[in-house]
Design a protein around this ligand. Sequence first.
Ligand code: PEP
Length: 254
Amino acid sequence: MRTIVAGNWKMHTDSTGARSLVGALLEKLEGLPNTVEAIVAPPFPYLQRVLDQTRGSRIKVAAQNCHQAEKGAFTGEVSAAMLADLGVQACIVGHSERRQYFGETDAAVGEKVAALLAHGLLPIYCCGERKEERESGRHFEVVTAQLKAGLGELSEADLERIVVAYEPVWAIGTGLTASAQQAQDMHAHLRGLLRSHGSKVAATVPILYGGSCKPDNAAELFANPDVNGGLIGGAALDADQFVAIVRAAAESIG
Ligand code: PEP
């Protein structure tokens, strides 16, 4: 099973900041074993620069979103084909901020996944319940529905080419983290849903945890058998913190 630590920079940094962050990451990752895939997801305007700066290194580059259509009159949007053309390797889809602030539906997110796969990109499919859904005990139901609606149409072969990120919305950017047990319980549930598409799918698809994952809680989260790394927001903007999380992931797999 692959282990991945992906950094979602959201709408942060500028060109100078992006360059120095990537420079520091390249330098600090050098001493670490190559067993963990390190991915950064800068804002669209910096993708090309980050691709140039990371070429030939262990760092992969992801976008934070794409449009589901191949091309067309969709002012302001970016297609999976354009990302592939640039050389971007992965793309976050269905992040809760996209669902909440930009009205992205499960159906649209599913179409984005299909578009990314068609262009050979790795979709990082986000799911996760809101605070009130956890408090009312509906978290498994909500995440099951998201996974089915977003990924249900994919073939087994396509499912083997995705990554799932479990991101409880109440933990994103709040400083609250799912406990190691809460994370493992949901990841095991997700693994079971993937297993219904075949044992190879369940054994192949990494399930990342996201939600205030920091250097001081990463080791505990990654020690869970069904947690295969993390999707990191705030801590991804600091090279020392991001690299410490990559190190924790490397140590979790020995
Ligand atoms: C995220 O937005 O994907 C995320 C996990 O953010 P944070 O680590 O800041 O909670």
